[in-house]
Design a protein around this ligand. Structure first.
Ligand SMILES: [Cu+2]
Length: 169
């Protein structure tokens, strides 16, 4: 039992740093905590006279275990919600998501018309070019953080896939 606890603790530590440090995908890492990588994080500046803005990113689960995203925070923003778009009565509308399962080896893109973060209550205006820390919280206690770039509406309109800096090995 004690041995098991130590295993869990060390796996947790690896998980915490997984956004910056991608461990090789060996089989010794396939237990307990998912290895998650977040890329292309961006948050849009608030448009004049609006109370909400959006943030997008891509997340890849590199492990053999699922991960459940339960919460997101961005530095300097009072409230962040996970949203999805759904079709209802022929209309597209969005709704809040309490938790989101990312399956083993699945990549999920938060993008326009799909999953996204809604952000509210900026403590100070978001300025294009700034970076804000984005933290994602998972059900198993894992946390992954990355820097989200503040972008303008115009630049956010470009599809995420346009950038070629996504490296695979
Ligand atoms: Cu929304």
């Amino acid at each position: 039992m004690i041995k098991q606890c130590i295993l869990i603790a060390s796996a947790l530590m690896v998980g915490v740093f997984s956004s910056s440090l991608m461990a090789h995908e060996g089989h010794e890492h396939d237990s307990v905590v998912a290895q998650l990588q977040v890329t292309h994080a961006q948050v849009r500046e608030f448009l004049p006279a609006t109370k909400a803005s959006v943030a997008y990113f891509s997340i890849k689960n590199h492990s053999n275990v699922p991960a459940t995203l339960t919460k997101a925070t961005i530095d300097g923003l009072g409230r962040v919600e996970i949203h999805e778009h759904v079709h209802a009565d022929g209309m597209m509308k969005m709704q809040k998501v309490e938790s989101l399962l990312i399956k083993a080896h699945q990549q999920l893109d938060f993008k326009p018309g799909s999953y996204h973060l809604m952000v509210f209550e900026p403590q100070e205006p978001l300025k294009v070019g700034q970076e804000r820390k984005l933290t994602l919280y998972f059900e198993d206690g894992n946390r992954v953080f990355t820097n989200a770039k503040v972008v303008s509406l115009a630049s956010q309109a470009e599809p995420v896939k346009a950038s070629k800096d996504h490296s695979h090995h």
